[in-house]
Design a protein around this ligand. Structure first.
Ligand SMILES: [Zn+2]
Length: 421
């Protein structure tokens, strides 16, 4: 590095120069991601960085292949600017593991799903290790085929979204009462066959990454993502940081006790939030109203509700009333700006959004209630999230949104000295 051998320069100046360069690189990457296609002049204006710094760092990013210099723009006079974008040749494999199926996709760095595949399996909580391995074999086979179909792209790794919590150090699945993977080391089994770096995360946390990377809430600092499926889990962004808690277990609000006399839960307790507000609860309410009905899946219940079936609509309304009860506790405790709901129930969003909002307003004790939004596209949110985990790690070298890497440059770091390549 230039100048480090000058005796008069204090050591910390070198360190802070390296740190500044890393921070500025991250800021420029974020700004290109958010504002692409974007010129160097606009990047300087958006980030507050010196034009010379922008030139040096974007030059490096172009050399590294992350950024593509695109079309020349037009100005009334002077040099024509080059508009830069993230290079969408970079892709990841994404797998979203659900109890009865795995969704797979190839996702590019801009969140575009290039190819999709679904693998179905007969697995449930309590399945044996061999049954789980057979399912994994089918999934990895489909993953290989997808990868081969996009052989001209640069694969950066595999992102996996699971229900349950994942220890980010050991990659072990720690808690997954509704998932069938407890008998095997999921990360190792996938790694063995696919031989690629793997980022594995809880589905709600993955969706949080999806919203920050590809969604409308890229600048939210306090965001809750609540995943409603077979169970209920949450991902939390608090003051700009992903909250993980001890052993990465934070976010299991689905197991808050709502009513002790309630039905038994997979976690061993009774009356948890998720036995009242998950998809299974919705289905249970429907069977209470329509014991003669043969339907067995939440999707069937949704179809009935979408067709206007009164008992189906009442079941969903009851499920949403319970969902709102739990959400109100989260709002009181965490004060989010926005709550994003992920799940099949969002197919009925025009009906359930006002139900949730009115309940939150009724229970609010401050003038502000958070916005409630549906994840931008249901199933695909988990896949995009799995991909975002990988891109975030590869580009920023961390599994978090540390303050200072946000908002595409509003936190640009003042440089202690000009930064040279
Ligand atoms: Zn529970």
């Amino acid at each position: 590095m230039q100048g480090t051998d000058k005796p008069s320069r204090p050591r910390h100046a070198v360190a802070s120069s390296v740190t500044a360069r890393k921070i500025n690189r991250d800021i420029l990457l974020r700004a290109i991601h958010l504002h692409q296609p974007v010129s160097r002049a606009d990047l300087a204006r958006l980030t507050g960085l010196q034009p010379s710094t922008v030139s040096v760092i974007t030059g490096q990013l172009i050399d590294e292949g992350w950024v593509l210099p695109g079309a020349l723009g037009r100005l009334p006079r002077g040099r024509r600017p080059t508009y830069m974008s993230l290079n969408d040749r970079h892709v990841t494999l994404a797998i979203d593991l659900r109890p009865g199926k795995a969704n797979l996709a190839v996702v590019d760095i801009n969140g575009k799903l290039l190819g999709r595949e679904t693998v179905f399996y007969e697995l449930r909580a309590g399945s044996t290790a061999d049954e789980a391995r057979t399912a994994i074999a089918h999934i990895t086979q489909a993953a290989h085929a997808l990868k081969a179909a996009f052989g001209d792209r640069v694969f950066q790794g595999l992102g996996v979204s699971v229900s349950g919590r994942v220890d980010q150090k050991t990659h072990r699945l720690l808690f997954s009462p509704n998932a069938p993977w407890g008998q095997i080391d999921l990360h190792e089994e996938l790694q063995k066959v696919l031989e690629t770096p793997i980022e594995m995360e809880n589905a709600a946390n993955a969706c949080l990454f999806s919203e920050r990377w590809f969604g409308s809430f890229y600048d939210a600092f306090n965001m809750l993502v609540v995943s409603v499926s077979e169970g209920i889990g949450a991902g939390m962004l608090v003051d700009g940081s992903v909250v993980r808690g001890r052993d990465d277990m934070a976010g299991e609000f689905g197991h808050m006790t709502l009513e002790e006399s309630g039905p038994a839960c997979g976690c061993g307790n009774t009356g948890c939030w998720e036995v009242f507000a998950s998809n299974r609860a919705g289905l249970r309410y429907y069977h209470e109203l329509a014991p003669e009905s043969p339907i067995t899946t939440f999707q069937e219940l949704l179809n009935l509700a979408l067709a206007g079936d009164l008992r189906a609509l009442r079941s969903i309304d009851k499920m949403m009333a319970y969902l709102a009860r739990g959400l109100a506790m989260l709002v009181a405790g965490l004060s989010p700006e926005v709550i994003i709901i992920v799940g099949d129930c969002t197919a009925l969003w025009p009906r359930i959004k006002p139900l949730l909002e009115s309940q939150l307003i009724a229970r609010s004790f401050t003038p502000h209630t958070p916005r409630v939004a549906a994840a931008m596209d249901g199933d695909a949110a988990r896949l995009r999230g799995a991909a975002a985990l990988v891109f975030h790690k590869v580009l920023f070298g961390q599994a978090d949104f540390a303050p200072g890497h946000d908002r595409g440059g509003l936190h640009a770091k003042a440089e202690p000295e000009p930064v040279h390549a």
